[in-house]
Design a binder for this molecule. Structure first.
Ligand code: GLN
Length: 264
């Protein structure tokens, strides 16, 4: 690094982002979540170390601050389950210590007890979150808007969902949000996603993060805190993202737009 004028090495907060199986787990634009995490981190002035992890490679969870896994079909889910089963204990220790995870779609389903496919095949999960998934006949697809309690007052999150799986949450996890428009975890209990410590699972694709910059900042902030790094985030101009978010809310239905307008 070039010497700074004072000769002291400037301490730049750094974040290690691991992207698991990028070629295999990338449904419905999920790669966009990595772009959003890296670019927004850089806009805030963070140094980003992005580590793509291919199947078969070892994973040093001790060095990982934030792990992202995208959605995948049943075959890719099977591969990821087999790979991660070998590393389950390290993964569990890192989650208990506060490592940040965003897992979408099929990767989300992997964190539970099991996932039963439409053909009745039961795929054992990683048992890292208290939930299970069973595929149903009709796919749950479409635009989705949820009210998310990670903030007080809650904020909306918008996305696109496309899953056969119906996920039911146990007592050990909280939902990421309450469905205002769309199907969510199972199309009946109005929950969407799951949160356990700093691990977040969600069916929201699209990708999820570009239209929900507050969630991107939440994940980055939690990852820095996990590493004990104090860091002041910038006030970024996110008018473009807000506009995209509001458009998604409007697309979801005018009645919902009134809900959003009341809170703004
Ligand atoms: N194969 C899983 C399902 O259909 C997950 C799909 C996804 O990643 N959205 O439920």
């Amino acid at each position: 690094m070039r010497d700074s004028p004072t000769g002291r090495e400037l301490k730049i907060a750094r974040i290690n982002i691991y992207h698991l199986y990028p070629e295999h787990l990338n449904l419905n634009g999920d790669r966009g979540n990595i772009l959003a995490l890296c670019e927004r981190a850089r806009w805030h002035g963070l140094a980003v170390n992005l580590v793509p992890v291919q199947p078969g490679e070892t994973i040093d969870f001790g060095a990982c601050d934030l792990l992202f896994m995208g959605g995948g079909g049943d075959a890719e889910q099977n591969m990821a389950a087999a790979e991660l089963k070998k590393r389950r204990r390290d993964m569990q220790q890192a989650i208990e210590a506060g490592m940040v995870i965003l897992a979408t779609g099929g990767s989300y389903q992997l964190f539970g007890h099991y996932y039963t496919t439409l053909r009745g095949e039961r795929m054992p999960g990683l048992e890292l979150m208290d939930l299970y998934t069973e595929a149903g006949g009709k796919r749950l697809t479409g635009n989705i808007v949820v009210s998310c309690g990670l903030w007080d007052p809650p904020r909306t999150l918008v996305g696109f969902e496309n899953h056969a799986g119906r996920t039911c949450l146990g007592k050990g996890v909280q939902p990421l949000g309450r469905v205002l428009h769309g199907h969510g975890n199972n199309g009946s209990d109005k929950t969407e996603g799951a949160v356990y410590r700093h691990a977040i699972g969600s069916y929201m694709h699209g990708p999820l993060l570009p239209k929900n910059p507050w969630l991107t900042d939440y994940l980055l902030a939690k990852a820095l805190a996990y590493r004990g790094q104090t860091f002041t985030f910038k006030e970024l101009d996110q008018s473009f993202e807000e506009q995209a978010h509001q458009t998604a809310v409007r697309l979801a239905g005018s009645r919902l737009h009134r809900w959003h307008a009341r809170r703004a």
